[in-house]
Design a protein around this ligand. Structure first.
Ligand code: 5IU
Length: 251
């Protein structure tokens, strides 16, 4: 494999989706491949986490449905400003998994109105190719393989799901624990420098492992950052570790 094809510069030139380009531009500008996972429970914690990690990340990954005091104006509008201020993208980890019509409704309606603000969303592709047709104006990241123990995303499933991801114009990449074809960006959660699991089935690898062995493009880190004594410092540490691992993987 020509290491040139693994660089963010090469991908920026060759990928077409505007959200993929934007993500790669931010990565190069900040020298960061870090996505912080904000699995916190209140609007205040979410905003504080976004402020602290913002300078070091390319995107903030959210699960808006766990914010107990969610209110569109109070939760989302300030978050959009924080994202603009620190130049990171918003990724709603919604993991859609339904027929097209339902996903269309879930994407734009209800209290979250995801289509208004999310730059990136995650979706299963279990509903088939056309189920992904309604995700306009965002970059879709397909769930191809999961990091949890006992996941049903076996090789056959991953291969078929990857074919859909490669062919659908709304999809910019996939979440997986294995290498992906060059035209898909790879997002890898299950990254932690301190521990190998959480006692609830999560399985962790180091940044070094996922860049060297999987040639990932972006690492997703939750508890490694928000459970750290100093989340801002932890974000910086993961940013540096991720970038060094990326550079090392090119040699
Ligand atoms: N996440 C995974 N593994 C997966 C998928 C999603 O961990 O295979 I698909 C999510 C779950 C959580 C974040 O929001 O990524 C990882 O958080 P921790 O770094 O705290 O384990």
């Amino acid at each position: 494999e020509d290491p040139k094809h693994l660089t963010y510069e090469y991908k920026l030139e060759n990928l077409e989706h505007s959200k993929a380009k934007k993500l790669l531009e931010i990565a190069l500008e900040k020298k960061s491949n870090l996505i912080a996972s904000a699995d916190v429970l209140t609007t205040k914690e979410l905003h504080e986490f976004a402020e602290k990690t913002g300078p070091h990340i390319v995107a903030l990954k959210t699960h808006m449905d766990v914010i107990t005091d969610f209110d569109y104006d109070q939760t989302i509008l300030p978050l959009i400003d924080i994202a603009a201020k620190h130049n990171f993208m918003l990724m709603e980890d919604r993991k859609f998994a339904d027929i097209g019509n339902t996903q269309d409704l879930q994407y734009s309606y209800g209290m979250y109105k995801i289509s208004n603000w999310a730059d990136l969303i995650t979706s299963h592709v279990i509903g088939g190719y056309s189920s992904l047709d309604y995700f306009h104006n965002c970059g879709v990241i397909a769930i191809l393989g999961m990091s949890s123990e006992g996941t049903l995303t076996d090789k056959n499933y991953r291969d078929e799901a990857t074919k859909i991801a490669q062919s659908h114009p709304n999809i910019i990449g996939g979440v997986a624990q294995n290498e992906l074809p060059e035209e898909l960006l790879l997002f890898t959660p299950g990254v932690n420098m301190e521990t190998s699991g959480d006692g609830k089935g999560q399985q962790y690898n180091t940044p070094d492992h996922v860049f060297r062995n999987l040639h990932t493009d972006f690492i997703i880190v939750g508890r490694g950052i928000y459970k750290a004594e100093n989340p801002e410092q932890a974000a910086l540490s993961y940013k540096i570790a991720g970038w060094e691992a990326y550079e090392a993987s090119l040699n």
